[in-house]
Ligand binder design. Sequence first.
Ligand code: PRP
Ligand code: URA
Length: 205
Amino acid sequence: MIVVDHPLVHVHVTIIRDQDTGVDQFRHHLTQLARLLAFPVLQDLACEAVTVSTPMAETTGCRLAYEPILVPVLRAGLGLVDGFRDLIPGSIVSHLGMYRDHRTLKPIRYYSNFPENRQNHPFVLLDPMLATGGSAVDALNFLKEEGARQIRLVSIIAAPEGVRQVETLHPDVPVYTAALDDHLDDRGYIVPGLGDAGDRQFGTL
Ligand code: PRP
Ligand code: URA
């Protein structure tokens, strides 16, 4: 697991944790966090050399060999899309619909949409909350069934239980997070966490 340790990350995490932060501000600061995490998460993207002519001379530069496929887990993962997407020319967004049954805490999959010829692209699974890890593990199983070979998982707040689960069942997948929290409560919520990330983004509290 990589905890992205940067003062600006700490500042934005503090704001979204605050129960008095409203919907608009929550979304804004979540987007800033996505943007900050995109740098370490994407630092090993492969470049293809291209020639470019400046007004002064010809020189070589980089074009992405394979655009990343961003996979937000609905609903909460939507809040991480723009921060990544704004930085990546030609990025692809493949939505994955999944929710956690409130009684069993087991993930229920209800939607997916992936492009053809995806095997060589890096996949970036986006979900701000990694709690029990059930949703992330199920999403990773699914991405691998769909042919993904290179996946990274991006969360904002992670619980030790969820990190352990993902690292045990998907040791090949690097897990990035902005904060590693203390524990889960008996309803599977992360403590201190930020509450329900979907509700806080979409005002459905
Ligand atoms: C949240 C969150 C993760 C999941 C994490 O989604 O966005 O997908 O819970 O919990 P887990 O690690 O225990 O599986 P939720 O089920 O609340 O759906 P929503 O985004 O539609 O509100
Ligand atoms: N999902 C959330 O949105 N928050 C938690 O604390 C746990 C799961």
